[in-house]
Design a binder for this molecule. Structure first.
Ligand code: ZN
Length: 324
């Protein structure tokens, strides 16, 4: 493949959700002191995803920014919610077709669920799978593969040719914690190092990739008026990435009665692993936890080639210096 005519940067976004403060804190610190971030020699664009929501300390003001990146929604001139306009602005300034484009995006989030430091991959683009496999090989990060859920779509990373979400938790909304920042920056530095290796043409991928593939989500049991009728069971809280079997305690009602996991008919007899258990922001989406299947995939040669082709068009840090 021919190198792109316009060299592209790597976009690093923190604060896509305004109440997730750790990555936003890092982005602001890196902007003030670029030497604090080991960037693998790559030219970066460091951006606060949703500055208005960040200033307000809220996840979003009018619409979840990380559900605004539908091409149809962005193209609809009648849609003028603050976050839809912000999504357009991010693409105009830093999208793959911008005057000063970015070809890769790392979108940094935090969660109240005990997910540890993990990656979220949307769909099966080879470039994303290559970068995720390389990161898993380097740091052992678990991967949540999100696909095939029409009720949850329009994610930021989908509009760039390659993009991953780094998700770190548990941390309460609104709080900055040193350990969460440290895990986030380690993941970013490893990703940049691996992209730099891909740019040089010497990225080595591990032979296998372990993914937790999204199957669906479960809501809390609800009263007739929609109010929650139970909470997540204390034995399930903070047990992200662990298997969930039929009959395991899942919810607890106000009388202290355990409500066991009953698989939906389509998942009958299928082993599942739970993720994003009791994520505070997902209550409004009717999600108490998501169910996944753990799968081990052979890493395909084409993934590495696709990422190398993309990374060959990335701009080096030295290309940011003024000429002369
Ligand atoms: Zn988030």
């Amino acid at each position: 493949m021919e190198a792109r005519s316009t060299a592209a940067k790597v976009l690093v976004v923190g604060g896509t959700h305004g109440n997730e403060r750790n990555a936003a804190w890092l982005v602001e610190s890196w902007r003030r002191h670029p030497a604090r971030l080991r960037r693998g020699g790559l030219a970066l664009e460091l951006v606060i995803g949703n500055p208005a929501a960040h200033a307000a300390g809220r996840r979003y003001l009018e619409r979840d920014l990380n559900r605004c990146f539908h091409t149809d929604l962005l193209a609809d001139p009648g849609r003028r919610e603050l976050e839809v306009d912000r999504a357009r602005e991010l693409l105009d300034r830093h999208g793959p077709a911008a005057a000063d484009p970015c070809a890769v995006v790392l979108d940094l989030h935090s969660t109240t669920a005990a997910m540890g430091c993990c990656l979220v991959v949307y769909g099966r683009r080879p470039e994303d799978l290559a970068l995720a496999a390389a990161l898993q090989g380097r740091l052992g990060l678990p991967i949540y593969l999100h696909e095939g859920d029409p009720s949850q779509s329009g994610f930021l990373v989908e509009r760039w040719p390659c993009g991953l979400v780094v998700e770190v938790g548990p941390v309460p909304q609104g709080l900055v914690q040193a350990a969460i920042c440290r895990q986030t920056s380690l993941a970013v530095e490893a990703a940049l190092d691996l992209l730099a290796a891909a740019r040089r043409g010497d990225l080595r991928l591990p032979p296998r990739l372990v993914v937790h593939r999204h199957l669906g989500s479960l809501d809390l049991p609800r009263q007739a008026d929609g109010a929650p009728a139970a909470v997540v069971h204390p034995l399930r809280q903070h047990r992200d990435w662990q298997p969930l079997a039929a009959g395991d305690p899942l919810f607890l009602d106000p009388d202290g009665v355990s409500l066991p996991y009953r698989p939906p008919p389509e998942l009958e007899g299928e082993p599942v692993w739970a993720v994003f258990i009791n994520e505070a922001a997902y209550g409004e989406k009717g999600i108490a936890l998501s169910l996944t299947r753990r799968e081990i995939w052979p890493v395909e040669e084409g993934w590495g080639r696709a990422l190398a082709d993309l990374a060959a068009g990335l701009k080096g840090e030295e290309q940011l210096l003024p000429p002369g």
